[in-house]
Design a protein around this ligand. Sequence first.
Ligand code: HDE
Length: 709
Amino acid sequence: MAKKDDKNQKHNFKKAPLTPPDLDKVKGVADNDKQKQLKNHKVDNKDQAFTTNKGLKIAEDEFSLKAGERGPTLIEDFHFREKMQHFDHERIPERIVHARGVGAHGVFKCTKDMSEYTKAGLFTEEGKETALFTRISTVAGFRGSTDTPRDVRGFALKFYTDEGNYDLVGNNMPVFIIQDAIKFPDFVHAVKPEPDTEVPQAQSAHDTFWDFVSRNQESAHMTMWQMSDRAIPRSLRMIDGFGIHTYRFVNAEGKGTFVRFQWNPQLGVHSRVWDETLKVSGNDPDSHRKDLYDAIDEGDYPVWDFCVQLLPEEKEFDFDFDILDPTKVWPEEDIEKIKIGEITLNKNVDNYFAETEQVAFNPGNVVPGIDFSNDPLLQGRLFSYTDTQLIRLGGPNFAQIPINRPIVDVHNNQRDGWHQHMIPKGPVSYMKSTIDDQSPYYAKPEEGGYEHYQEKIDARKIQARADSFRDHFSQATAFYKSLSEVEQEHIKNAFSFELAKVKRPEIRQNVVDMFANVDEDLAKEIAKNIGADSPDAERGFDPAGVKPTKEALKVRMPEFSQEKTIFKPDTLKVGIYSDDEDDFDFKGLTKALKDKKAKPEIIQENLQDTKDGVMVTHRYETVHPVLEDALIVVVPEKPSHDFKKNVGEFVDETFKHYKPLWIIGDATDILAEDKQKADGVMVTKDSKEIDKFIENLTKQRFWDRDGSI
Ligand code: HDE
């Protein structure tokens, strides 16, 4: 037992006042049905006595029970044992893929009644709101890896509907890397760190990934996406989501319609440049999760337009590609995209592990009105997700974990298993009992009972690729050709970067030969950069595939270029690099930016408020210019040593990453004269030209700027 005066001592610490920044800005939002349900599970320790997990109040938690103050520890200290044992078991297996993620709660609002096509309640009543939870993730990295590698982003949605949970488990790219689920373990093994060295972490730039790509030509299209700017998003609030697979809507009359889902951010899709991304990774490996958390915390709720593309079953064979093929998009010029709702993320999680880590998605969680297609990738997923939850969450009762529970009641005869939280009553655990009056009963389809779509199948059992799945290059080419010159340049650079990291020359050669089938010039440029022989498309073409038809090559997908996106200034970060000696009107400048919904961040030598009372956000050392979307430099009359020491890096990085740059004051020692005239650069005496700067902010990148990278 501790001495009495020890105890008095330890309770003597004074608490520092808690002053969360700008709390008054945080907007409240009404709890949705899931949030109300989760409330019952929340634990609030405020003003409560410390207890063991069995409810015993605890008086001492700093010293274990010992035989004498300097003696051996005793095993009878049950509190020590419980605390240590819990700690020893606090890790669960991380997800085999998509291990690093961030979660948030939100709501889906139906904006268009789709009852003509589906009976799914969440899509059939204009204005109806459905609670949802989302988890956005990278694919390859471990749970503790960086937020910003070059990678696909997983975008999983769990809708807590009145008819049970509906999961739409998508990605931020519309196509996948393989066509058949049986290859998924091979692909994942190839992209993950190599097994002998466990290197590299969260990167596709290594031999096994590229070896896999060049031997599996169905990967061509998605690899083009992965080398594109889509793989290095500015923010998770600025990515698309795609269901990828073809699903089936089924209406109340039982009529089926093929459907593909996508959700597009109202902030616009926006990416970083590669050099910037690399630096963000080092400077703030949590940048994406913090960005999402902060936006929601401050009431800047991200919103996505939720859309569908619909295809009547009669038109299944009307296209150059197979509409079931997950390596193909449905081009919008052929199949219109219709907005049917909005997704808003408006609540952060209270606890990362309980919610984000324990949430269990499964594309097999559907509701009446939504069914599957024969996409062979989708079918395999229907097995894999539940299977992986069994090991990850330790048994078959994971649907009872609060974040996974539906908002409707659950009634069935399943019993037992690890961590059963329910207490089923009575002797009956089978159907059709006379004892229990045949409870629970089977719901008829008209009462909401799920009925599988009765698709007629007349086929031989066979292990083969359908002929209609054999053209692997047409859409890869179409995607490339639909991008702007700048975006194409980025793809060339990305290939060249990744392949330069591949050690085996034969793999590098195989890749350039293969991608000569997508675009000859692209392959030539990469070959030049990585010292490969001139690409040979024939040598790189797997004869098991078929060459694209001329018609297929004509397809364009302008919807996937970011070239014409007009960005909103909303939530874009504007660094104001300045000196605390200065008596500049920070209040006026920050207000003008905030009025346009941008996020000014004052960067000075120390964190004392500016002279006119504005809070300084960062010290020069604690933020890097790559973390800002634009930079304003307020040049003081007599710049301090520290101001001069750091300003060069801030200005150079902003300039070479093509971002808006505004120098207020004498720019002579800050930026070379020719660069002062470059696109998106402003040099003025005072801060009156704020409107021009905001306009630059909405353009975001000035690709024509000379001297950029
Ligand atoms: Fe996944 N995938 N996947 N996947 N996937 C998992 O499930 C799998 C695929 C996606 O935030 C795992 O719970 C197979 C396509 C997301 O919790 C696992 C195949 C798409 C997430 C699994 C695919 C996805 C996962 C790992 C090939 C986009 C993260 C942990 C047939 C449409 C969900 C887990 C979260 C996670 C299997 C292909 C998206 C192993 C077998 C295509 C967003 O079950």
